[in-house]
Design a protein around this ligand. Sequence first.
Ligand SMILES: Cc1ncc(COP(=O)(O)O)c(C=O)c1O
Length: 529
Amino acid sequence: MQLSLAKHGSLAGHSKWSRRLARLVPFYDYQGDRFFASDDCPAEIAQRRRTGFDRLAERYRTMFPRSAALTVEARAGISDLQFTGAYRVPFQYSRLVREKLVGGNFLAASEGVQLIDLDGNRLYDLTGSYGVNVLGYDSYKRFIAEAVERAGMLGPVLGGYHPVVADNVARLRALSGLDEVSFHMSGTEAVMQAVRLARYHTGRSHLVRFTGAYHGWWGEVQPGVGNPVPEERTYTLADMSDHTLAVLARRRDIACVLINPLQALHPNSGAPADSALVDSSRRAGVDRKGYSDWLRRVADTCRANGIVLILDDVFTGFRLAIGGAQDYFGVRPDLVTYGKSLGGGLPVGVLCGRADLMRRYRDDRPVDICFARGTFNSHPYVMAAMNAFLRALETAEVRQLYDGLDERWNARAARLNTMLAEEDLPVRVANLSTIWTVCYTAPSRYNWMLQFYLRAEGLALSWVGTGRLIFSLDYDDAAFAEVASRFVAAARKMREDGWWWSNPALTDKAIRRRMLREMLTHRFSGSCR
Ligand SMILES: Cc1ncc(COP(=O)(O)O)c(C=O)c1O
């Protein structure tokens, strides 16, 4: 009963149900006029949308011919490309979009805050390379070049350590405030090891993750849709809920609690991808004090009940502050995971923790060990690039980037919102420092189109579209002003093309009800075109 109360009311809080329901959703798509009038807009609006879509498709054809051609050619052999291509927009619209709006996935170069594609287009980078790019691409290029130089004599020798490892450990101990460090090859692996150690030392079976939080693609931290196997040793509990604290205090099978501080931006909901942007109900916004208080209460409850607190700082580490989410939200975990930017541009996962929790064997039971390996752990080139990154954090130039970081990025978000409001555009941004998401203020079925208008204006987004914009800290005022004006121009064009047509009957609720009806119709009659 207590466990049920601590589950978030949304489907994301109910992994088993979400998986079952996902299996029931039938495929159908909008063809012909339906694509442009799925919200029952007047014919004149549908025509405007069609004209706008054709114009945009023509712009894509002339702007991205080479990047698009290679993407189409390579797609058949790259599973990841097929997946991300199919899930850029809600599936009902995907076919036509995939056919006509191919921006291309191949790039030739990066320079400053821009990416240069195979056609020579310079795009402002809002992908952030999944969050890796904190200091700016040119810095990582330098770190990698330096690493090749420094570790080159040893080469790709594994098992023995390059001396730079010792320095990395010393720096990470100081940064994390924890005793020991282990190196892994990805954030996912660092999380796996953190959970494994927590189970080993507590002798308890279950991990707790909060609704919607991403911790990599390991099955146990990803129950529900996306994972074909039911996860029996994971509790998904509501974020910012007293019921959750009651469960933590009561149950004796909980080994650890995982926190992804990114959830501060959208507690209890998942990564906001445009493939799920079926209406305008996406909400986001940070209450820094409220979330800090919550984390302190979680930490206190864990401490009082022998539960290991794992801060998963893979995304937010080195991005919110040099000391990561620990400093930003004032929480002290038992274990902390890092990754992404810490590799200095190369792949990495790192776990830092209290000595008693990091230990992989027991003095009194020599055969009862907690095994962890990985061929490429502590790769000399990765370790040297990491060292270059960690040393860069001490330079005045980089310290300056962190100086007043939040104020700078909050002011930039506010400025863009003012520009959008002044033109009465139904779009706003919300941000956790340099991590942004786009929200929509009027009900619409077509918000996902904005990502394509943005790209046509020279703004590069990742495959999740407007759900996640990630800026590097080296964006200066001029570059940001350029992004903001292009963003507004894209939204203006989208409105001119009729996608945000509104009608009092077109509420978010009505849109969802309509979609449900479509699905049922299709499931039981086999047609909904
Ligand atoms: C909070 C968090 N944890 C873990 C991971 C997994 O890291 P990786 O993709 O390096 O396996 C990610 C990746 O986005 C993440 O954001």
